[in-house]
Design a protein around this ligand. Structure first.
Ligand code: SF4
Ligand code: SF4
Length: 196
């Protein structure tokens, strides 16, 4: 999705100064670097890169789920990191997370070799179970217009970016993607309640 955005707007980047900020669930070896390399190829000047660990939206893989308290702690740590680097940037020092050769190697060994097959293209692997009641919530939320209601049931096309928005909002937990069952839906309001 990011690659498509950058390449389809390739004429925009020449001469632009860009700071690459990548969010991640567990690990992002060179998330900022992947975008930076592409942008650089189109003539952008890369000022720096920063990786922020955030609550993970993938709600059908148990390994990736944390409690609301743990998610709040992650958001607080991300806020603190942003504050820290904002001060440094004001003083002229930019972070270089994801931009170095060793980050690239870490991204290759820790991510792309294992997951690129799953995330390289848009997905047509969304499963919608019989529990669907055709409420339309998922279709109205999908940023790709990938879902429609046909015969009082949600139907998916082949343009899913795996953002997990529909999985986290379905009142019947009827949608799965990478896993077989929705374990815990990520709810931003719940996480931020009593938060910072
Ligand atoms: S949100 Fe769930 S129940 Fe509602 S239409 Fe979509 S899949 Fe069906
Ligand atoms: S995961 Fe995201 S892109 Fe894919 S169908 Fe659901 S809302 Fe649309």
């Amino acid at each position: 999705m990011v690659r498509d955005f950058i390449t389809s707007h390739s004429t925009l980047w020449n001469g632009k100064q860009v700071f690459c900020l990548a969010t991640m669930g567990l690990f992002s070896g060179d998330g900022a670097g992947c975008a930076a390399r592409l942008l650089k190829g189109y003539g952008a000047e890369i000022l720096g890169g920063l990786h922020l660990k955030m609550p993970d939206s993938i709600c059908d893989i148990k390994l990736l789920k944390r409690s609301p308290e743990e998610d709040r702690a992650l958001i607080k740590a991300a806020d603190d990191k942003i504050d820290h680097w904002a001060e440094k940037i004001k003083a002229g020092e930019w972070p270089e997370e994801g931009l170095r050769a060793y980050h690239r190697l870490a991204g290759l060994l820790g991510q792309r070799l294992w997951f690129s097959g799953k995330t390289k293209d848009y997905s047509d692997k969304l499963n919608i179970s019989e529990a669907c009641v055709g409420c339309g919530s998922c279709a109205s939320l999908c940023p790709m217009g990938n879902l429609s209601i046909q015969g009082r049931k949600a139907v998916a096309g082949g343009r899913c970016t795996m953002c997990y928005r529909c999985l986290n909002s379905c009142p019947k937990r009827a949608i799965t993607l990478l896993g077989k069952k929705v374990i815990q839906q990520y709810n931003c309001d719940m996480v931020l309640k009593n938060g910072r």
